[in-house]
Design a protein around this ligand. Structure first.
Ligand code: ARG
Length: 585
């Protein structure tokens, strides 16, 4: 059980015994750690209910607990706070209980099926840094929910069906009109080799997109090609399959470097078979209305404070629409996976779009009454100028380039290291450090905020950075292995002998609380803050105590056990953030 819950139970019993409501006994971590470790503010609310002085109520509750040896301090203070300190022996008992509990004393939850929609890269368009945040945050939330025991399915939701496909087809047709994919009369087999490479594609899409802005005929042609593709024109489908395969391969390589993976590589195209079904459902429920030649659904609600435009379902020219595709995807997910919750880790700028999709799905009964659809939005990654991060020449930064920059910088730092000798090892460490720098640089901020990409700051070995956390974990590993070379081994954890040691232990008792908060708020930054709390206090403790030369053997072995517990907690939390710890660095 969580410590805070255990304390709440004890204090709730005392409230009840003193004749007050149980639910007044909620205990929280103290907001004045200089005064006490935990506090309960229930006497203040009790005062209003029972028309009595809060201090008197607090004193009554405290008197019920005064013989409880689990507390070293219990007091009622003005205006009616109850301050609590745990006894040192209880603290060390909790530490010993936590050792070897890989679930960090988390309460068990009823396992839910959760679909996480994250990544969201678009085929043919290069994977850009805008997709980085979705991948990093989504991957962390998936790992966190899994750690808490839920059944989590990650789906990359490729953008593989929109106008960009028609643009690429039209542009390639312009460049290589003789390719058999464009011959409507061709009935033979298409080649197994792709007609264009991923590198070529990276050029083709931006050119096509630019051309469509000035050349109306070209834009029309692209829209028609999109429509024909979506309606199964053989040559286009074959061409598209090549694009999809080679793009997916390239994407997998990039995500692998980041340590991000997906259970499903479905895309918008996989929603296609569900779209006629969605339209039927909407018709049956009388939700579709005509507006300016298009079909829309009114998704506004009486309480709306901001205008909620109707959701566009079918356009006059018949091509698939982003929102309708999302409804098809939802129908597929509900049919195949029966999720309790669906989490969409998507840029803040798509908030309105997702709100419309969720409302429409609920009106149509595509999602159930109890299905929870959540948009987990995030802000933009900016450059030092405060504008969305760009390359030096002003172009959109590609994710693969960004990974290169970060790992190269990390490599330059590890290259100077004498600890890691071998070049291959150095490259491995540089990748782990670079990825940690990017991930912490991102997730230390609350996800809804914009942040500034600053490679030097992210890679610094102190401050709130990934490398700082990795250094701390490596330091702990190295103390433990030196100890073992000397024949010393972690023993029983003894009651703390100093304030620092006590604080370290108390910090560890709060880790599971942090994880739950991160889960309920879908906020990876809470996990980061928990990690920096632990690492900060551990490093102070480590600087103050010479562990390996401590003459008192039981104390030394207790410290080693505390190091080992701290180290495994840091590693567990880092693994939830998708960060690895090198053996040495
Ligand atoms: N491909 C989209 C983009 O690049 C993101 C997809 C988000 N997920 C969704 N179900 N709409 O903007």
């Amino acid at each position: 059980m969580l410590l805070r819950q255990m304390l709440t139970d004890i204090v709730s019993d005392a409230f009840e015994k003193a004749g007050y409501r149980r639910d007044l006994g909620t205990v929280t971590v103290s907001d004045r750690p200089d005064l006490c470790q935990f506090q309960c503010n229930g006497a203040m609310s009790a005062a209003k209910i029972y028309k009595k002085s809060p201090l008197a109520i607090a004193a009554e509750v405290v008197s019920r607990l005064k013989d409880d040896t689990r507390f070293s301090m219990l007091e009622a203070v003005k205006p009616g706070f109850i301050n609590l300190n745990l006894s040192d022996s209880l603290i060390s008992k909790i530490m010993n209980d936590m050792t070897g509990d890989s679930r960090l004393k988390l309460p068990s939850m009823a396992p839910l099926t959760i679909v996480v929609d994250y990544g969201g890269p678009n085929l043919a368009k290069p994977l850009h840094v805008g997709h980085l945040r979705s991948a990093i945050i989504g991957d962390c939330l998936k790992r966190l929910a899994r750690f808490l025991g839920h059944n989590v399915l990650g789906d990359v939701h490729l953008g593989d069906w929109g106008l960009q496909m028609g643009l690429v087809i039209s542009e390639v047709k312009r460049l290589k009109p003789d390719l058999i994919y464009f011959d409507p009369d061709f009935t033979g087999e298409y080649p197994a080799e792709a007609p264009v490479t991923v590198e070529e594609l990276n050029e083709i899409y931006p050119n096509a997109s630019k051309r469509a802005k000035t050349d109306e005929a070209f834009a029309e042609e692209a829209a028609r090609a999109t429509f024909e593709l979506q309606n199964g024109r053989r040559g286009y489908v074959a061409f598209w399959k090549h694009l999809r395969n080679s793009s997916v391969e390239d994407l997998k390589r990039n995500y692998q470097v980041l340590g991000v993976d997906f259970d499903y590589w479905y895309g918008e195209s996989d929603a296609e078979p569900y779209i006629p079904k969605v339209i039927n459902i909407l018709k049956e429920r009388n939700l579709l209305t005509e507006s300016e030649g298009a079909m829309v659904v009114d998704v506004s609600l009486p309480g709306d404070r901001e205008p909620m435009p109707p959701m566009l379902i079918v356009k006059s020219n018949g091509g698939d629409i982003y929102g309708t595709t999302d409804l098809g995807t939802l129908l597929q997910r509900m049919t195949d996976w029966h999720p309790d919750e669906l989490w969409y880790v998507v840029d803040n700028r798509q908030a309105l779009h997702l709100k419309q999709v969720f409302r429409c799905a609920s009106l149509a009964g595509i999602t159930g009454e109890n299905t929870v659809c959540t948009h987990i939005g995030f802000g933009t990654m900016n450059g030092k100028d405060g504008k969305p991060y760009k390359t030096r020449d002003g172009g959109v930064m590609r994710l693969s380039d960004m990974i290169d920059i970060v790992t190269k910088n990390a490599y330059e730092r590890t290259a100077q290291s004498e600890i890691v000798e071998d070049d291959i090892q150095k490259a491995g460490v540089a990748r782990m450090v670079g990825v940690a720098a990017m991930k912490i640089g991102d997730m230390i901020n609350h996800r809804t905020k914009d942040y500034i990409f600053d490679i030097d700051r992210f890679l610094a070995s102190d401050g709130k950075t990934g490398p700082y956390l990795q250094y701390t974990a490596v330091r702990i590993q190295s103390v433990l292995s030196k100890a073992s070379e000397l024949g010393f081994h972690p023993g029983e954890i003894l009651p703390p002998a100093s304030d620092l040691e006590r604080n370290l232990m108390l910090t560890l008792t709060n880790v599971s609380d942090g994880l739950l908060r991160a889960y309920y708020d879908k906020a990876p930054n809470v996990i980061c803050e928990t990690l920096f709390d632990i690492a900060g206090i551990f490093n102070k403790f480590y600087a103050e105590n010479k562990i390996l030369t401590c003459p008192d053997a039981p104390r030394r072995d207790s410290w080693l056990a505390l190091c080992s517990l701290t180290g495994s907690m840091i590693k567990t939390l880092l693994s939830i953030l998708g960060i690895e710890v090198p053996d040495r660095m």
